[in-house]
Write a protein that binds this ligand. Sequence first.
Ligand code: NDP
Ligand code: GDR
Length: 385
Amino acid sequence: MSIINKEYLNPVLLMSKVALITGVTGQDGAYLSEFLLKKGYVVHGLKRRASLFNTDRIDHIYQDPHVEDRNFILHYGDMTDSTNLIRLIQEIQPDEIYNLAAMSHVKVSFEVPEYTANADGIGTLRILDAVRLLGLEKKTRIYQASTSELYGKVQEVPQSETTPFYPRSPYAVAKMYAYWITVNYREAYDMFACNGILFNHESPIRGETFVTRKITRATARIAMGLQEKFYLGNLDAQRDWGHAKDYVRMMWLILQADQPEDWVIATGKTTPVREFVRMSFDKVGIELEFKGEGVNETAVVKSCSNPKYQLPVGKEVLAVDPKYFRPTEVDLLIGDPTKAKEKLGWQIEYELEDLIEDMVESDLRLMEKEQYLKDGGYRIMNYFE
Ligand code: NDP
Ligand code: GDR
């Protein structure tokens, strides 16, 4: 019996809206799942097969397959497998698809450009075409996870829905294809397909190799004596950083609008990476001083007002490693969310200070766990990338 038939036995679930989230195990997939479940949706998630469980971010909402009338259901799948996507969409008959799955790391996309094009670019086509092939154009609304990386090399500041694109990485080029194929299917087949052009959004469950999480994790580890120092690339890059919790709400609102359109979602403020580092260490009472320039730039402890942490003044905690530079960089992103503010009522609950506090506090708690394991003689994770 198909998944859908089973759910139809329960009249409450029968009345619920059904969503399919690709990339359900990722940062946004986890927050969006929580959000939609609270709204009463039945949520289906596409999950890649991995050699270990890869569900940390959604373990708290996971439901055992043997539970009757589940409203959170995971399916194996992959953005590179058309037949898998067609079969799942046919079975699930979703009212809304949130296409969040992607090889989402800009630097890594230079290492795996072809795969990135396949998963992030053609993967989006596979979803759109599956919906069309199955005759669901009038039923299924589609959200495409577009990105501020499309703007790339600065053409205009701030960036809005009308700013020209100039992608600067295989990731951004793949996402540019995804953006335009979404627009094209909307216009050609009258589908409710929308791009959310989201600027950087972070959280305590952000992947550890993105710069914000790398910084807050290092802050906690260095403060607690679990790590001596850490390395970053370009400290001058500026990003418009918001909290992922605020941003997933907008994904949903974009699909509830009267018309399918494309939307910029951003805070409208930008901050250099160096300043994010300073603010993060500030949260644990460590004041930093930046010295030197370019590849020789370092940050040392200027003062430590928190008696819990024993960091000597002058200790070097950060150095630049050119291995984190990108062949082509995006220097400055700052979004203009006027359209979303006026038409969707977009407003943020988390300022940058709140975001950093949330992330640092969470990483301190995580590192307390590591400290406990270390004290107990267990090996702790030693991977700082
Ligand atoms: P994450 O990297 O945290 O999550 C990506 C998700 O996609 C993971 O669940 C991952 O699975 C899955 N995935 C990757 N490749 C495939 C594949 N071939 N088939 C199926 N699933 C796959 O990203 P975020 O949650 O941060 O971002 C969500 C989306 O929004 C992405 O498309 C990203 O490019 C885009 N975006 C993100 C922004 C941000 O600042 N966070 C800003 C703008 C756009 P697994 O867990 O197995 O790796
Ligand atoms: P980004 O995020 O490339 O904007 O893509 P990331 O956090 O990786 O980089 C932001 C900026 O920080 C600079 N940087 C470093 N970045 C990383 N990862 N590691 C470092 O050590 C480091 N040092 C400096 C980078 O050069 C860059 O300028 C994110 C992803 O979530 C994309 O999927 C999404 O589309 C965009 O945000 C919007």
